[in-house]
Ligand binder design. Structure first.
Ligand SMILES: Cc1ncc(COP(=O)(O)O)c(C=O)c1O
Length: 447
């Protein structure tokens, strides 16, 4: 080998070593940490060997208490879609001392009216008038009184016109809350002058009653705090909300929520304003899990904040504003097959190369179910296989030799969101002190 060949070979060797040193490192720390090991024992004791959605009530309590610690005089409206089980909602309402729910789905609204007839419900989105009509048709006789306990949401004069027609045809009284665009730009009225016009139309109809405003500002949490972008947008949200409140103040002379009064703070009296008749307080709704904490710096404006997901803290809610919250919902599912190596059809010898390159492909597992909006979290070091693809029937997971997992063991996933995931497993399994203590049904599509 001459000098030039030697240098070339040395360079190739160095480049190869540099590339090899970039290999992924093996993840995995054996089996489950003690928290999940205890949950696995409890699943076994209950004979549960199928995908199961667990809600840890101890952690759920901590999250409710974290919200209560920040709310000040505002009401807590619990977002039903994000905790879609009547008993879980009932539990949250009792601990939070609130009868307020936000609903987004007509069949669930009917179920709430049946199962939680003492609740006060605000729609979180405008319903097609046909869905509103169906709600009344499906409403079973019972103590839930929509004329008093339900606020429909309207976002346009056209929807108001349709609701007026519905109220006339059904001869029902309807309370309506107006969706305002405070910066999210997901609809709702933009111009305060429009609110004045809606109020005129509402005044003309004795069947309809104005119930308040709903302005959702989820986008604020997505803005960077560095450089003050988040604080500036929250300021703009307040300016927009106040412009609508000014219209109200002028038109109905209602004393609107004032800055958090010391007395209100001391007594816990909510900053709600009496309604036009002086009887039912108006609702000025804002917030969501990602933003509710920001409102503790704001005086007045919102009389209540809507929060749901933060009580179970799925992965998408790992946000600085929810740092005080802890994950409280998991999917547990059994391992059906465990094998050494990697054998993705069609990859042939590339399987070996891939496994050599990435030690996290040394073992292969197939679990019961899969393809959920969720990520595997325990035992640590598991990942889906992008080449094999996703499966709702038997999903492939890979891990290193350091992952201690065998057939019939459980894998735990953390949902990325709660609203659709929690509806996929039948009854929720409730955990207290690390043990499954009860099973609660989820909201029903029936109606
Ligand atoms: C109008 C409205 N308010 C509040 C929320 C907050 O819900 P969560 O706390 O579950 O994020 C949502 C979520 O979609 C919403 O649409």
């Amino acid at each position: 080998m001459n000098r030039r060949q030697f240098l070339f070979a040395a360079a190739c060797g160095a480049a190869g070593a540099a590339v090899w040193s970039m290999r992924p490192t093996a993840q995995g720390e054996g089996g489950h940490p003690s928290y999940f090991a205890q949950l696995e024992r409890s699943l076994r004791e209950h004979g549960l060997a199928r995908p199961t959605l667990l809600v840890d009530l101890d952690r759920f309590d901590r999250n409710i208490d974290a919200v209560l610690g920040e709310l000040g005089p505002r009401h807590f409206r619990i977002v039903a879609k994000s905790l879609p089980s009547p008993r879980l909602l009932d539990y949250a309402m009792k601990r939070a001392g609130s009868d307020r729910l936000m609903s987004f789905h007509q069949p669930f609204l009917n179920h709430i009216a049946r199962a939680l007839p003492a609740s006060d419900v605000l729609l979180g989105k405008p319903m097609p008038v046909v869905a509103a009509d169906r709600f009344y048709r499906a409403l079973a006789a019972g103590p839930f009184d929509p004329a008093r306990q339900l606020q429909w949401l309207i976002d346009s004069p056209e929807r108001l016109r349709q609701d007026r027609e519905l109220a006339a045809v059904r001869d029902v009284a309807m309370r309506v809350n107006v969706e305002i665009d405070v910066g999210l730009h997901r609809g709702g009225i933009v111009d305060p002058v429009e609110l004045a016009r809606l109020l005129v139309a509402l005044d003309e109809d004795p069947r309809l009653e104005f119930a308040g405003l709903m302005g959702y500002e989820a986008h604020v949490a997505k803005l960077p705090t560095a450089g003050g972008a988040q604080a500036r947008e929250l300021e703009r949200v307040q300016i927009r909300y106040r412009a609508f409140l000014d219209v109200l103040r002028e038109r109905i002379g209602t004393p609107l929520p004032e800055p958090k009064a010391t007395a209100a703070r001391a007594t816990g009296t909510p900053a709600a304003a009496p309604g036009p008749t002086g009887t039912v307080p108006l609702t000025f709704n804002a917030g969501g899990s990602p933003t509710y904490r920001l409102w503790s710096e704001v005086d007045g404006i919102a009389s209540e904040l809507a929060i749901g997901s933060g009580l179970v803290k799925p992965l998408d809610f790992d946000l600085p504003t929810l740092a005080a919250h802890v994950p409280a919902a998991w999917i547990a599912t059994p391992v059906l097959k465990a094998m050494d190596g990697l054998n993705v059809p069609g990859l042939g010898p590339l399987n070996t190369l891939w496994r050599l390159w990435d030690p996290n492909r040394e073992r292969t597992f197939f679990v019961y179910g899969g393809y959920w909006r969720a990520r595997p979290v325990s035992p640590a070091g598991l990942d889906e296989n992008p080449a094999f693809g996703r499966s709702s029937n038997q999903e492939m997971l890979n891990g290193s030799q350091a992952v201690a997992l065998e057939v019939d063991d459980s894998v735990f996933y953390r949902p990325t969101q709660s609203e659709s995931v929690m509806l996929q497993f039948g009854d929720l399994a409730l955990v207290r002190g690390g043990r499954i203590v009860d099973f609660w049904p989820v909201l029903e599509e029936r109606a």
